[in-house]
Write a protein of this length. Structure first.
Length: 408
């Protein structure tokens, strides 16, 4: 399904119903299952990734296809490694290209028995669930924080607990901190001191949990108001003292002209003129927001130099390559400096006539490029269904301001 967008005007005023946090929901589901809890999880995210984990946790099968759900692949690999039985887990062709060797080797070191059924270091996997011994382990922290979170969440059920040493540069450390805080909410004894994480062999206790709204999803409406001529957007359910690392985006959007006011209900966004001529930022703690800020800066003609983007190569797609290719269709010439930097120095060329933005099975490509239709009326977003991965109602929310056409 392709989506064509035409905004009715360039003033954006209204209220958005944000989804619940996918990152929190996915962690709570795994921890809730480990706790054998019958207590409900309130406001659970309604999206493909969370639905995938929920489906596996409630399945009678021993073989699971998780499609494009990378978080599900990592979290469920660790979860199944301590559930007695023989399990097989696979995914889409793209998933089979996404490395998982660091996690598998770590789990095997801690007492698991996991085998590759096709290419070494990549899914599909065969998992022989057993009691995990635990102990001490060093793991590279520069590849994916999800590997670390996956290990942490099962650690309370390791015989010796876990002492985890994070080697090298820690990427997405805010997601590790999120995992720590949610584990503590369920009674785990967790201590993080810089590059060391200590987890005692103390099982979780059942608790009733409510998931907060998603700060990552909020970025697309910050971006929308940035590109618009003016307006005011209300985003209920966002918390200032959030466990989500993407809540840090507030200060960065202010540089691009969006003011955030906290209320008892959530936040209110208002537009002012940006006060900068260029944006330099290290996204190591907010890699999922690179697409939103890259598109916004291009639409505002604000050159940028983004570092800390190395994990974007192994997401749903190679997001650095995807951003470079798709923004070129709109006339913006980006370049990558190795794997760690994405740069736009203001170079332009004529845009493609009636551009079609490919999404590469990546929900964040679709949502980050949609606001560009304010500058490029009739913009087409290919494979618009990908938004179901994290924000199934995204197009319905945009209908408040845009005429949207759907083409199979």
């Amino acid at each position: 399904m392709n989506v064509s967008l035409n905004f009715k005007n360039k003033q954006i005023n209204g209220r958005i119903n944000l989804p619940a946090s996918k990152s929190i929901s996915n962690r709570v589901l795994i921890i809730n299952a480990l706790a054998n809890s019958e207590l409900p999880v309130d406001n659970l995210a309604d999206c493909d990734d969370t639905d995938c984990i929920f489906r596996v946790l409630n399945s009678d099968s021993n073989r699971f296809d998780i499609g494009h759900a990378g978080t599900a692949m990592r979290f469920l690999t660790a979860f199944l490694s301590r559930i007695i039985g023989k399990w097989e887990i696979t995914g889409s062709e793209r998933m089979k290209q996404r490395p998982i060797g660091n996690l598998v080797e770590a789990l095997n070191h801690l007492g698991a028995r996991i085998e590759y059924t096709e290419k070494s270091g990549y899914p599909p996997l065969r998992i022989y669930g057993s009691l995990l011994v635990g102990g001490e382990l060093e793991i590279p922290a520069s590849v994916s924080s999800q590997y670390i979170s996956a290990l942490m969440m099962v650690a309370p059920y390791m015989k010796e607990g876990l002492l985890l040493r994070l080697a090298g540069k820690v990427v997405s450390g805010a997601y590790i901190d999120m995992t720590v805080r949610i584990m503590r909410d369920f009674g785990a004894e967790v201590v993080r001191e810089g590059a060391l994480v200590r987890i005692a062999p103390v099982p979780y206790r059942p608790v009733r949990f409510r998931v907060e709204s998603d700060w990552s999803a909020a970025s697309y409406f910050y971006e929308l108001l940035t590109v618009a001529d003016g307006g005011e957007i209300h985003l209920p359910g966002l918390q200032p003292e959030s466990v989500q690392g993407d809540a840090r985006q507030v200060g960065l959007w202010e540089k691009l002209g969006i003011l955030t006011q906290y209320t008892r209900e959530g936040v209110v966004l208002r537009k002012k003129h940006p006060q900068i001529s260029g944006l330099e930022y290290d996204f190591v703690e907010m890699p999922d927001l690179v697409q939103s800020f890259a598109v916004a800066c291009c639409m505002l003609d604000i050159p940028f130099h983004f570092s800390g983007v190395e994990t974007l190569r192994i997401k749903e797609t190679d997001r650095i390559k995807a951003l470079t290719e798709e923004l070129a269709k709109l006339g913006y010439i980006l370049r990558a400096d190795g794997d760690n930097r994405l740069i736009w120095q203001g170079e332009k060329m004529p845009p493609v006539f009636c551009p079609e933005i490919h999404t590469y099975h990546d929900h964040r490509m679709a949502m980050a490029f949609a606001p560009a239709a304010l500058k490029f009326p009739g913009l087409i977003i290919c494979d618009g269904r990908v938004v179901t991965k994290s924000f199934p109602c995204y197009w319905e929310e945009l209908k408040k301001w845009a005429d949207i056409g759907f083409q199979d």
